[in-house]
Write a protein that binds this ligand. Sequence first.
Ligand code: 0L1
Ligand code: MG
Length: 263
Amino acid sequence: MSTETSTVAADVAALAATLDEATLAHRTTDRLTDTTDLDLPTAYRVQRAVIERRIARGEALVGVKMGFTSRAKMIQMGVDDVIWGLLTDAMLVEEGGVLDLAGHIHPRIEPEIAFLIGSPLSGTITPVEAVRAIAGVAVAYEVLDSRYANFDFTLPDVIADNASASGFGVGTWHDPDTLDLGNLGLLVEIDGRPVATGSSAAILGNPLRSLIAAARLAAEAGIELRPGWVVLAGAATAAMPLPKGAHVRVSAAGLGRAEVTTR
Ligand code: 0L1
Ligand code: MG
C-alpha cells in the first residue's frame, strides 16, 4: 500500500492466495521471501490483495493496526519505522465475548490503546490535528496469529501477512480530552492472575504518535482513516501466548478494561 515504486516482479495475487488460504486452513505456510524477492511496496500490495479477498467474502474494513511501535521491536527487526495492517469487521471480538481459538494457528495477545476516528485523517498532521480527529480512546487488545511457523519472518513477510493481524477487542470509548495518554499504566490478567504490566509510553513514547504515523501511512496508501474506524496504536507489552479456556482482562488507568474468554 505504499506509493513507492516497486521494481520487483512478484505474482501478488498468488502470494496473497497463499497467505489467505493458510489463514482459512489454520496452518502455517513457508515465508514468502524463501522463494520470492519481495520489497516493501510489493509486500503492501500483497497485504492489500489479502484484504481484498476477505472483502470479496463479505468482510468490511473497520480500521488499521499499527505494528513495531516499540523501540525494542524496531531494534529486534532492524527497522526504524512502524508498519501497519488492515482490520476487518470479522476480526472484531465482541466486548466480554467468547473467542473460539479453533480458527487460529498459534495466537498471541497483547494490550493496546485504541482510537476511534471522528473525522477523516490522512497525510502529515500535527498532534493538535490528531487530537481533534479522535472521537474516543479505549483500552484494547490485539490477537496476533502469524501465518509463518514460530512467528519467524522478515519485514516484507510480516507486512504481506497483514502484520500478523487476527483479532481485536475494544473496551468502552472514553473522551480523549480527559486523559494524558503519554503514560497510562496497563495490566494484563489471565484467569485473574497478573501476567504483564506496561505503559502507554511504550507506544512510540505516546500513542498519539502512532495515530500520526497511521495518517502518514494512509496518505502513502492513497486512502484516509475514516470516521468510525478504529486505530490500534500498538502494544504496551510483549505479546503472550493465548491459551484455550482462559479469561483475559486488559485494563488501563482511566480507561477501564477489555475482556475476552477463549475456548
Ligand atoms: O502488532 C504488532 O506490533 C505486531 C506486528 C507484527 C509482528 C508480530 O507478529 O509480532
Ligand atoms: Mg498489536
